[in-house]
Write a protein that binds this ligand. Structure first.
Ligand code: NAD
Length: 438
């Protein structure tokens, strides 16, 4: 099977690499020349566990090819995935210019039947608009090729993306023809053999599933954050509350850990886009609106927590452990650490920060942030007045508090991920503050 993937970001690169790993011939195309040059020589522009090995192996066997030529990508492929970004517009709607551009580029170069698969997260109805764009270009070219548009939203999580792609919990295929559905089932044959559920539906339903799933997870996070914020104001402990809630099989234990709020390239933009979709349909999705409000406020509640312990921030040194929006990624898009650091800096604090993978991105995207980037945990904690654990990287889960006590100025530990037992940190001489915890 010959496949093309348009866009080599977090989703496109994982999709291309994994499909090659499953035995398909994949051409990955991007308009970013620098990225493609790097990829051709085996340099992976993002941090994603397991991806480098897959890309290296499949480059070697030539099952995976990188190019900036849309013509080359389209020529050989029967199935073409669009995996370009859909960032937010000013009015919170998804900006579809990259999706439509990719669709037009495909239409300009196709010479036979193609299945064009929308993997990007796009508003309900986009698949049909993509179809119209392609039709109008084919008309202008005076070509009558048949083609199908399919919606196949992606549910991978950064940090475990390779595993999630190869062994997802479900595969959603929104298709309008038997031919395109059957081709998609061939693409996912290995997963089908593994009995992974396939949800076959129409294009609009597939598009809605992606937004509905992301918004639901965001609701769960904002919900538990609200409960934790209330626990902070009374004699209740969120860790026990979450555990007991999670034991109810109707609720389940996942996504019940409070923290500084959700971030990343998906939940923030997808929740806001879904509100806009609802409003455009004449319906106000109030639960999702509240979810966004709670999340927008959560980093500031964390800052207030830090201030309440430290009093004035002026000339205090605060250590930030973890900048990425979650562990095992270098992605800092909408990471709560960014707003927390901005606010602490505004309050007059000095910031020392360490993140195993996300510091380069932070320097590049936020050159204005006056942060001292450190080489490791212990240099970041040297002479610190307060250590704040923001992202629960594995390395931060076994801190040596005895050593830390000997190098900090004031032994204060703010655990925004509730990664430690309060008493175990307190017994080692630290003032401990978690989220909603006694
Ligand atoms: P990204 O920003 O990391 O990558 C997008 C890539 O598309 C960039 O490399 C860009 O240069 C390229 N591109 C833009 N226009 C192009 C064009 N016309 N032709 C070729 N390449 C083009 O984005 P991402 O994080 O991979 O997300 C892609 C889509 O997948 C989004 O809709 C996102 O919401 C969705 N999604 C993302 C995740 C995630 O965890 N990142 C998970 C599921 C779904």
């Amino acid at each position: 099977m010959n496949i093309a993937v348009i866009g080599t970001g977090y989703v496109g690169l994982v999709t291309g690499g994994c499909l090659a790993q499953l035995g398909m011939n994949v051409t990955c195309m991007d308009i970013d020349k620098e990225k493609i040059e790097k990829l051709k020589s085996g340099i992976i522009p993002i941090y994603e566990p397991g991806l480098e090995e897959i890309i290296t192996e499949n480059l070697r066997t030539e099952r995976l090819i990188f190019t900036t030529s849309i013509e080359e990508a389209v020529a050989k492929a029967k199935v073409i995935f669009i995996a370009v970004g859909t960032p937010p517009n000013e009015d919170d709607s998804a900006d579809l210019k990259y999706v439509y551009q990719a669709a037009r580029d495909i239409a300009e170069h196709m010479e036979d039947y193609k299945v064009i698969v929308d993997k990007s997260t796009v508003p309900i109805g986009t698949g049909h608009l993509v179809k119209k764009e392609i039709e109008s270009i084919l008309q202008k070219r005076n070509k009558g090729f048949a083609f199908d548009v399919v919606s196949n939203p992606e549910f991978l999580r950064e940090g475990t993306a390779v595993k999630d792609f190869l062994k997802p919990e479900r595969i959603v295929i929104g298709a309008e023809s038997e031919a395109s559905l059957n081709l998609m089932k061939k693409v996912y044959d290995v997963q089908i053999q593994l009995d992974i559920p396939i949800v076959e539906t129409n294009i609009e339903t597939a598009e809605m599933i992606k937004y509905a799933a992301n918004a639901f997870l965001a609701v769960k996070i904002s919900y538990i954050n609200e409960i934790a914020n209330m626990c902070d104001l009374c004699n209740a402990d969120i860790s026990v509350v979450s555990k007991a809630m999670g034991l109810d099989s109707r609720i389940g234990p996942k996504f019940l850990s409070p923290g500084p709020g959700y971030g990343g390239s998906c939940f923030p933009k997808d929740t806001k886009a879904l509100i806009k979709i609802g409003k455009d349909l004449g319906y106000l999705p109030k639960i999702i609106e509240s979810t966004v409000d709670v999340n927008d406020n959560q980093p500031m509640i964390m800052v207030e927590k830090i201030k309440s312990i430290m009093g004035s921030l002026a000339d205090k040194t605060i250590t930030i452990l973890g900048i990425a929006f979650k562990p095992e990624t270098d992605d800092i898009r909408e990471a709560p650490a960014i707003n927390i650091m901005k606010s602490l800096l505004e309050g007059g604090a000095k910031i020392k920060a360490f993140d195993p993978e996300a510091m380069e991105n932070t320097k590049k995207i936020h050159p204005d942030l006056d942060i001292q980037y450190c080489e490791d945990i212990y240099s970041a904690c040297q002479n610190s007045d307060c250590i704040v654990l923001v992202t629960e990287w594995k390395d931060f889960l076994s801190l040596n508090f005895i050593e830390l006590k000997s190098i900090v100025r004031t032994p204060t530990f703010v655990d925004l991920r509730n990664a430690y037992m309060p008493s175990s940190v307190e017994n080692l001489g630290f003032l401990y503050k978690g989220v909603g915890r006694k």
